[in-house]
Design a protein around this ligand. Structure first.
Ligand SMILES: Cc1ncc(COP(=O)(O)O)c(C=O)c1O
Length: 429
């Protein structure tokens, strides 16, 4: 449905809640100003209603999570059923059966498909569950060290892999790193995304490079699609040096870019995949998915896991993830994201688009204007100048057409990328 606004934005209730929030939450967390934020109250499909009853059209899927639509009925039903039965188990001690079902499904969707085998119980890969994308990245980094014995990691300028210390070491953004630099472990070297830079980093490393971690499409870094030879080059160079290729698909995974996983655009099979965000449509669950031989670098547990957490493989999260993945298949969301790729302006693949604006303040103005028009969008890019569009993959053609017009108006005429994309929109009017 299109937006329906009843108050000025933010409305009086959101503004009152924002003042209250400031008294209780660490002041660094939620940005509060006269014009920001709106407090979410409920959501369904591509719509969010705020605390004042205003209806918004969501072009964020809440950080790329709600890919099968907010409040998806099948996911909600699965969650309710599971919560009534078992809401928490003992992840690495006395687990629940759903952990097996989800691990098998994730294997089937990745290495199972890539090896041409679609049976659910394939034995080609294994899973290490976690609670967030950052932790999934760290699980992959630990796996790479165990598998190669080499502690060094190559990551790329503009990369975002999360903010917990291990993940932050791989994240390139100065903004996130500077305050905590004295505590960063420093195993990562950041390089430009070129073959020469990657080869030089391998050659110059004193402690040995065990992994290259890469977002197949830079997500928070401003939706940057690499050149066609970039990922195949990484695969080749990693193989030459006995290093693992880690694809961080936390943002790009699960149909977002028009393929189940973005690496499929380039036919590259990584050794490890980090997945999260859209996996459960809203429960904090993530996974590191790895080739069997690589994952078996972890020793057999003798009673104490080397890497685990209290909520690992939570049954509610597993039930929601299984229902979410089933919905993605039933609705063919990979094909849908591909078919609608050109309906939103900007660069990117599938329904992950970025509209580059002149600078951060132009982007902020566009985001603010869209909010006042009832559209939720986010700024992105290391310099804050990329309007980032990642709607639920269930978004309708009518909603897309409305959003595209509003974006064009909000972005103004400063933007050639936006304009040319709009000109080529099949249903442009
Ligand atoms: C590519 C990528 N990796 C890792 C993360 C971190 O995930 P989380 O915020 O769930 O820790 C993100 C979050 O945006 C991401 O985009």
């Amino acid at each position: 449905m299109l937006p329906l606004l009843k108050t000025r934005i933010p409305g009086p209730r959101s503004r009152a809640l924002a003042r209250e929030l400031r008294r209780h939450e660490c002041r660094n967390t939620t940005f509060v100003s006269r014009d920001w934020p709106v407090f979410w109250d409920r959501a369904r499909g591509c719509n969010v209603w705020d605390a004042d009853g205003n209806r918004f059209l969501d072009l964020t899927a809440a950080f790329g999570v709600a890919s099968v639509g907010h409040g998806n009925q099948r996911v909600t039903t699965a969650a309710r059923r599971q919560l009534g039965r078992l809401g928490h188990a003992m992840g690495d001690v006395h687990p629940n059966e759903l952990k097996i079902r989800l691990a098998a499904e994730l294997s089937a969707l990745t290495f199972g498909r890539w090896n041409g085998k679609s049976e659910i119980r394939n034995q080609n890969s294994k899973i290490l569950f976690s609670n967030s994308g950052s932790e999934a990245a760290e699980a992959a980094l630990k796996t790479a060290l165990l598998a190669t014995g080499k502690p060094g990691v190559i990551a790329f300028t503009g990369a975002y892999h999360g903010l917990t210390y291990g993940a932050l070491d791989a994240t390139a953004w100065k903004f996130f790193r500077t305050s905590f630099h004295p505590q960063l472990p420093g195993f990562t070297v950041h390089v430009a995304p070129t073959e020469a830079a990657v080869r030089a980093a391998f050659d110059e490393s004193e402690r040995g490079i065990g992994a290259v971690i890469v977002e197949p499409i830079l997500g928070r870094g401003g939706v940057v699609v690499p050149t066609d030879d970039f990922l195949p080059m990484l695969r080749r160079v990693c193989d030459e040096h006995g290093a693992l290729l880690i694809a961080d698909e936390v943002f790009t995974g699960f149909c977002r870019t028009g393929r189940w996983f973005a690496v499929e655009h380039w036919g590259v099979v990584p050794d490890l995949i980090c997945a999260g965000k859209a996996m459960s449509n809203g429960f904090p669950i993530a996974a590191c998915i790895g080739r069997n031989d690589v994952m078996d670098a972890w020793p057999e547990s003798a009673g104490e896991a080397l890497h685990t957490s209290t909520h690992l493989g939570n049954p509610l999260g597993c039930a929601m993830a299984l229902a979410t993945l089933a919905e993605m298949k039933r609705l063919r969301l990979d094909e849908r994201a591909r078919a609608f790729q050109d309906r939103l302006p900007g660069r990117g693949l599938g329904l992950m688009k970025g509209v580059e604006l002149r600078d951060a303040s132009a982007c902020q103005r566009a985001v603010q204007r869209l909010l006042r028009r009832g559209i939720l969008a986010l700024g992105g890019g290391e310099h804050g100048n990329v309007l980032t569009l990642t709607p639920p993959l269930t978004i309708s053609e009518r909603e897309l057409a409305f959003a595209a017009d509003e974006i064009a108006a909000a972005a103004g005429q400063t933007l050639t990328a936006c304009q040319s994309s709009l000109e080529h929109r099949p249903d442009s009017h």
